[in-house]
Design a protein around this ligand. Structure first.
Ligand code: BJW
Ligand code: ZN
Length: 242
């Protein structure tokens, strides 16, 4: 019975994507989990004894730059060794078939671009860029491992990502909202949808009349409110619906 229902939801989601002219996608850490990159929340989110909320802030970096840097350096090393998975590649395929496609990602790992996705909005920045905390100069730095860096002005470099309490890059965020307001189908993949303002894109899509498809291994606060909630790993579910 449950399998029959799952099959119906799968087919419904597939049909919705097939007939859509405009698709917006929001991805979170869950889509990279099958590439071996830990998610933020749940048991896998712990690094040493710290939660992401204790490390991903400007205050934490100002107080303990070496500690926060070590966390990012560890993640950069994991990401450098990781490969995009079937979920990332399914979204590349979907982009080829849909006339208007926007991939909004909260992830800083760059795996969507490495897989071949073209129209990607990295709303939380990228772990491969550093920014000077003094003069704000930004540059790309791919070396791993990498000790704490200084800018040529002498300022300490931080990862060019968006921490708690910081605003998202304005143009990128505006474009993301525009894409969500005008899409027929909004596909939400591998995010707990608890971090704002990204989580607010789900109610925004709903109020704009989009059909929402969610792919996650766990129910989220939005699962009951979406048109199709697909329960399973992104690397298995996305190739079946995209
Ligand atoms: C699978 C799977 C598989 C596993 N297949 N699925 C409004 C209301 C309440 C609070 C706020 C609000 N507005 C602002 C706030 C404060 C704050 C916030 O949201 N706090 C919440 C915790 C309550 N937001 C901010 O501060 C934001 N800035 C802002 O709003 O600016 C305006 C402002 C400025 C000043 C003052 C006030 C307002 C900025 C948020 C920045 C978030 N940054 C981070 C770090 C980025 C850099 C880095 O990577 O280190 O972004 S935190 C972290 O969480 C990271 C992620 O992108 C983000 C979201 O996490 P995500 O991707 O959802 O991961 P998980 O782990 O939570 O979930 C994984 C999911 O995958 C789970 O559901 C699994 O089940 C699933 N899964 N395997 C499919 N194989
Ligand atoms: Zn500088």
């Amino acid at each position: 019975m449950k399998e029959q229902m799952d099959q119906r939801i799968l087919e419904g989601a597939r049909d919705a994507l097939r007939s859509a002219r405009s698709v917006a996608v929001l991805t979170g850490a869950g889509i990279s989990a099958e590439s071996g990159i830990p998610t933020f929340r749940g048991a896998a989110g712990l690094w040493k004894q710290f939660r992401p909320e204790e490390l991903a802030t400007a205050e934490a970096f100002a107080g303990q730059p070496e500690l926060v840097w070590e966390w990012y350096d560890w993640r950069r090393s994991l990401i450098a060794r990781a490969e995009p998975n079937a979920g990332h590649y399914a979204l590349v395929e979907l982009e080829r078939r849909v006339s208007k496609f926007t991939l909004i990602t909260q992830n800083v790992d760059g795996l969507h671009r490495r897989a071949g996705s073209k129209h990607v909005l990295e709303i939380h920045g990228t772990i491969w860029n550093l920014r000077c905390t003094r003069c704000r100069r930004e540059w790309t730095e791919m070396r791993v491992p990498l000790p704490l860096q200084r800018c040529e002005c002498g300022g300490i470099a931080r990862p060019a990502v968006v921490w708690f309490g910081e605003t998202l890059p304005a143009r990128v965020w505006e474009e993301a909202q525009g894409a969500v307001k005008s899409c027929d189908v909004f596909l939400v993949v591998g995010t707990s949808a608890v971090v704002y303002p990204a989580a607010g894109l789900v109610p925004l899509a709903r109020s704009a009349g989009a059909r929402i498809v969610e792919v996650n291994i766990e129910p989220t606060a939005y699962s009951d409110a979406v048109a199709y909630a697909l329960n399973g790993p992104a690397g298995e579910v996305l190739p079946q619906i995209c």
